[in-house]
Design a protein around this ligand. Structure first.
Ligand code: NAP
Length: 474
């Protein structure tokens, strides 16, 4: 069995206690990973002190070269990493090969270029000139969830490295394998102590990262309840904080939308990665005049999705991330029935893996718990609406505010609805169409701050203004 270690100061570091890492499609233990404690986190911080000292003085041009070398090394191992991600997470290997690993590679290349092309503002006064200067923060803590393991970790690691910081990172203990591979790659490319990786449980290892006084910034992606705990610890310590949290996103389909494109888009938005993407459109709002026809076509599209072995190239929906997570999703299907909904799908597949057929739920009030709480699985609730105002009111009627997609052929409607939605990101006639330069993040209980492009670069650095008095004429 694979044995995974922490990576501290560029070498693998032993720990005294361990956890099992399980393949959710087979329920077999595939690796033994460290159960790190605060002392392990402290050892990583000690290594990061030296890493930060060296890396912060490394010229930006050399840092960009290192980022590109990391991207190249990931690319050379694309198939192996895709297989690891699929075994660890349950996702179809085809998705990992097409989306997760290529995105991780793109993240490093993107921030290498962004660093090289960065220009900072200067502001002229009559008798002085101000200019912005940027410094690395020092040591940053990066904490990531299990749904898009390498994709999300690299989304933080790449800009943190670009801006000259040393890192102490913790992936979810449920999906540690591609983070381990990334750490091995970084050990070959970066100075010792720049990238440190500690594995373990959130309340132990993750909490120790958030609490450590020498870690000056925390970038956290995960659930809203955990984010609240992270904020409660970090805010009184005046740490920089980026919180990318949960979502309950609406897909709004107007009667004038291209019907077939909207059906295909709503199916993809609802069920990509088993519905385990924070941006998934798990509440489908359909204008009443096309509601029956749309629900029929949508349900047929969902039932055509192939559920099964994540390693099979034709699989659309793999295993949920754990048996415990499947129990949670099934709990919501019971709740949906209790709340008066009609559930189509949602059956377990036989066998030891955490498989669950995708489910479409109709007949629920859009204000009920099933329709407003994050399920984070292959479940979409469908609700009719009469007009724009009602669609907006339903879409805004949750505590979350991450993303939405709007399907219409009326550009005016797209703009009006897009602006009225209380979310950080709106897609029109598309979903999860990402450009790495644009701001990413949510409002309300979906998070605080923005990442992506210059927002990430600003987060992972301290901006300073230097005001130079211009000399008086002699
Ligand atoms: P989670 O339980 O909140 O865990 C996220 C990470 O935080 C894990 O590494 C976890 O470790 C760690 N953690 C747990 N307790 C902690 C603590 N007290 N202090 C510090 N770290 C702690 O979330 P998840 O179940 O892994 O992921 C699913 C959630 O992530 C969903 O709500 C989803 O919407 C959200 N998400 C948001 C985005 C976004 O960009 N907005 C993207 C992806 C996912 P353990 O795994 O060991 O518990």
């Amino acid at each position: 069995m694979r044995v995974v270690h922490n990576w501290i100061s560029g070498v693998q570091a032993p720990t005294s206690d361990h956890l099992d890492d399980t393949n959710p499609a087979t329920s077999q233990v595939i690796a033994r990973i460290p159960r790190s404690q605060a002392s392990d986190v402290h050892a990583a911080v000690v290594a990061a002190r030296e890493g930060a000292r060296v890396w912060s003085r490394t010229p930006a041009s050399e840092r960009a070269i290192a980022l590109r070398r990391i991207a190249d090394a990931l690319e050379a191992r694309l198939d192996e990493l895709a297989a690891l991600e699929s075994q660890d997470q349950g996702k179809p290997v085809s998705l990992a090969r097409k989306v997760d690993i290529p995105r991780a590679i793109a993240n490093f290349r993107f921030f290498a270029s962004a660093l090289e092309q960065e220009t900072l503002a200067s502001t002229r006064m009559a008798d002085a000139i101000n200019y912005e200067a940027r410094k690395p923060i020092g040591i940053v803590g990066l904490i990531t969830p299990w749904n898009l393991p390498l994709y999300l970790l690299s989304w933080k690691v790449a800009p943190a490295l670009a801006m000259g910081n040393a890192i102490v990172a913790k992936p979810s203990e449920l999906t540690p394998l591609t983070a381990d591979a990334l750490a091995g790659i970084c050990a070959d490319i970066l100075p010792a102590g720049v990238f440190n990786l500690v594995h373990g449980l959130g309340p132990e290892c993750g909490q120790a990262i958030v609490e450590h006084p020498e870690i000056k910034a925390i970038s956290f992606t995960g659930g809203t309840a955990t984010g609240r705990r992270v904020a409660a610890t970090a805010a009184p310590m005046f740490k920089k904080l980026s919180l990318e949290l949960g979502g309950k996103n609406s897909t709004l389909v107007f009667a004038d939308a291209d019907f077939d494109q909207a059906v295909a888009g709503a199916v993809r938005a609802g069920f990509a990665n088993q519905g385990e993407i924070c941006l998934c459109g798990s509440r489908l709002l359909v204008q009443r005049s096309i509601y029956d026809r749309f629900v029929e076509a949508f349900t047929a599209g969902v039932q055509a999705l192939k559920v099964g072995d994540p390693a099979h190239p034709d699989t659309d929906i793999g295993a949920l991330n754990s048996l415990a997570h499947r129990d949670k999703v099934e709990g919501y299907l019971s709740l949906a029935r209790d709340e008066g909904g009609t559930v189509v799908g949602g059956e377990r597949s036989p066998g030891p893996g955490a498989f669950l057929n995708p489910a479409v739920v109709t007949g629920l009030e859009p204000t009920c718990r099933t329709a407003t709480e994050e399920i984070f699985g292959p479940v979409v609730t469908v609700h009719p609406f009469d007009d724009e105002d009602q669609a907006i009111a339903i879409a805004n009627g949750t505590e979350y505010g991450l993303a939405a997609s709007v399907w219409t052929s009326d550009l005016g409607c797209a703009h009006r609805v897009g602006e009225a939605l209380d979310v950080g990101m709106v897609w029109v006639n598309t979903w999860l169409h990402r450009d790495l330069r644009v701001p990413f993040g949510g409002v309300k209980n979906s998070g605080v701050g923005r990442e992506g492009g210059r927002w990430s670069m600003a987060f992972y650095s301290e901006n300073k203004n230097i005001c130079v008095k211009l000399g008086d004429r002699r």
